[in-house]
Structures are given as C-alpha cells and as structure tokens.
Design a protein around this ligand. Sequence first.
Ligand code: SDX
Length: 386
Amino acid sequence: MSSSKPQIFKGLEGVYVSETRLSYIDGLNSRLYYVGYRIEDLVAFSNYEEVAFLLYFYRLPKKEEFELFRALMREAREVPPDVADIVKRMALRNAHPMDILRTCVSYISMYDPELYVGTREANIRKAVRLVSKMPTLVALIYRVSRGLEPIEPRKDLGHAENFLYMLHGKVPSEFEAKVMDTIFILHAEHGMNASSFASLVTASTLADIYSAVVSGISTLKGPLHGGAAEAAYYQFKEIGEPERVEAWVQEALKARRRIMGMGHRVYKSYDPRAKIMKELDGEIASKYGGEPEKLYKIAIKLEEVALKEFEARGRTDIQPNIDYYTPIAYTALKIPPELFTLTFAASRTVGWTAKVIEYVQDNRLIRPLDYYIGELDKKYIPITER
Ligand code: SDX
C-alpha cells in the first residue's frame, strides 16, 4: 500500500478523461458550441435532424445529404408492436416513465440486426435508428400509461413536430414545432456530463451502443441531473404565487435545500441554454397566458430573489441552468412533468451515441482507482467462534 495518500478527485471534478470535437462549454463566459457552431446560431438557423448529422459527421450536411439523412430518420421511427405490451405491464405497476423508457430501449435492441456489429458505420446506423425511435417510445409511454391508443409516427412531419403529433394526435402549430425543436437542439449534447460519462464507461468495455444508452438513461434520471426539470416544475408549483417567492427562498436556503434548475458543475455563469429558454418562455407566457404565464412569473421572480441571495452569500457562480426554464415551455406544449426527463433523454440520445462513437475510435477501458483506507491481513475467525 503506498505510504502517502494520493489526491482524490471526488466526483471526478476538474478531471479530463478524453479529447472531443463534439462540444465545447465555456463555463465562465456562458458559451456553448456544438462542433464549433454557437448554440444560439444552431437554434436560430438549424434543426434537430441537422444537429444530429453535425454531431455524427462533424460538419453540416449538403442539401442532398441532409434529405437522405432525414429520410433515413423518418423511415426508422416505428417501434415493434409488442413494445406496447411492455409499457402496459410496467405502467400497470406504476413504474416511473424513465424506468419504462430504459426497459424499452433494452427491449428494442434485440430487433437491431447490427446490434453486435461494432464498426463506426454500423454504430452510426444503429444510433440514427435509435434516435429516430426515441420520440415514438416516449409518446407510446405517455399514451399507453393513460389508457390512450398509441399514435403511429408520420413520415411527412419533422422530428420535433412528429413527436408532438404522436403525443396529442394533432399536428402542432409552426410555433409549437419550433419550441419543441429548440428544446431538442438545446438538450442534444453537453460535454462529459454524468449520463454521457456513464454511456462512455459502458461503451469502453466494448459493450453495444444500446447498452451504453441504457446506462445514459439510468443516469440522467437523477434529480441532480436530468431529473431537475421535473423537480423545478414542482418547485414552482409549491411556491404557487410570485408573491410567495421571498418567504419560500428564505425558508429553502435556511433548510439548505437546493433550488432546482440552478447551479452547474461547469457553468459558473448563466447557462446559455437557460437564456435561450427564458427568452422563448417570455414569448410563450404572453402568447398562452394561463399556467405557462403563471409559472413564468414565478420563475422570473424566483431567479431574481435567489440570485440576490446567492450574491449576498458570495455565490455568483450559482445561476439558472437548462432545467430551470424548460418546465414553462413543456407546460405550454402539454407535456406533463413526468415526461420532462424522457424528452431530455430522447434528445440526448444523439449526444450519448455521438460521444460513444467518437471515443471507441481510440478506445481505452475506463477504469479509475479508489484509495483503500481499510485494514489489511485480518485473521479469519470461523463463524462458530465469532
Ligand atoms: C444538468 O453536467 C452537465 O452538463 C449537466 C447538464 C447537461 O446538459 O447534461 O447541464 C444537465 O444536469 C443540469 C443540472 C441540473 N441539476 C439541478 O438543477 C439540481 C440543482 N443543482 C445542484 O444540485 C448543483 O448545482 C449541481 C449538482 C448541478 C452541481 O453541483 P456541484 O458542482 O457538485 O456543486 P455542489 O453540489 O458541490 O455545490 C457547491 C455549493 C454547495 O454549497 P456548500 O455545500 O459548499 O455550502 O453550491 C451550493 C451547494 O449547496 N449549491 C446550491 C445549488 N447548487 C449548488 N445551493 C442551492 N441551490 C442550488 N441549486
């Protein structure tokens, strides 16, 4: 046993585990880039399908390439009919929708003829098939859990608008489709976050890409990560009125509660994705009124009061993150809180798979160390003498 204790990097904070060309987060200056493009430009000019192409091929597609890629995605949206039985069984036992999604991804992997083919090309084909199916699975879980008939995907609709169509049975307005597409783009990829790291650990053992995504889904579920948007929604509902924010914040911070949707391991400034969602929510609030507007007013007031409190405590590094403002947009799109993290997972499947495909090109089994602090050479006492 080494004499001097090594440095322990709890939570792997500040530890680089690989190189990537997929995304860059400038946590001090509120900047996020996918393959060198600013997230603001991708939201303004691109769409989720094109962002998926960008993350798999490290460049924007030419027109005919994009049309072929988009057609492949549309062709792959359907899921095997017996998946609905799995959803029904789990929904009857009140399984959390994220657990149902995790199980469905595992289940459909056996239908992929290339499941155990590990070439880059096969992995990209599998990834595109899976990314295309994720909204169908999420919509299936939503409808079957409510005793509603599943709605088959349509090939004439874009990725985001088809998702809303499969949820509600109505083709969304252009504005709603744009809001959904923006949410999908913002959640697509984000460096070495916990769920991407979990996918990478799985893939580094040369397990298949579906298993890597199942690891990602399982990890995203936690409230410190992807589960924060659902928690932020219930936090706004608990506050109830903008007038109650001040008292609520005092109480919450005194009880050392986390304000959900705020703080980040990398962003020590405003999460640029939260800024984009905040602006969009402002438009949504005035357009929709009702609950979206009420939640927006509470969120705005809570941000103002919480940031003032954090600043008073010298914590200007705790700012809203991506999960803070998405609940307002989801509410306007009639996506219920228990589906927020599934929607995040549907989008992040591009990031998980793109990172896996990138890493296994120059694979190294991920196997860190833990520092043993227990005793050694203890004498084994038979149970009759203990
Ligand atoms: C996502 O990594 C990614 O990129 C993730 C993500 C992605 O796209 O993949 O961006 C998506 O997961 C966003 C984060 C969603 N989670 C939440 O909103 C949950 C609330 N936030 C926190 O729990 C926290 O900020 C974390 C978990 C996100 C980050 O925590 P760290 O880096 O481990 O920091 P920490 O928990 O050690 O906090 C440092 C200090 C603590 O104070 P002390 O105990 O040292 O006195 O800051 C405080 C914390 O109490 N703090 C908060 C706070 N976040 C940090 N205090 C109140 N409310 C908060 N939200």
